[in-house]
Ligand binder design. Structure first.
Ligand SMILES: [Zn+2]
Length: 77
């Protein structure tokens, strides 16, 4: 009688502890600053780019971000 041995690949692997990388605040600071600047720019163009403080003339930017503006609850029309 043939014996088929099926081995689970995960069963024989040695258990490895979860190792999370340690990132210092000093090394992460430039990326955090970049993230804050990018989020600020996106937030400005979505929430306030129109009217008195518009960077680009016309309604193009407003129309591009119109759905995001409504999604985030900014006042619109
Ligand atoms: Zn609207």
């Amino acid at each position: 009688m043939a014996h088929v041995h099926v081995q689970d690949a995960t069963a024989s692997a040695p258990a490895r502890p979860l190792v999370l990388p340690v990132v210092s605040l000093r090394s992460a600071a430039p990326w955090l600053l970049l993230a804050v600047v990018l989020v600020g720019l996106v937030g400005y163009f979505v929430g306030a780019e129109q009217g008195a403080t518009s960077v680009f003339a016309g309604n193009a930017v407003h129309e591009w971000v119109h759905d995001a503006r409504h999604l985030l609850g900014f006042p619109c029309h």
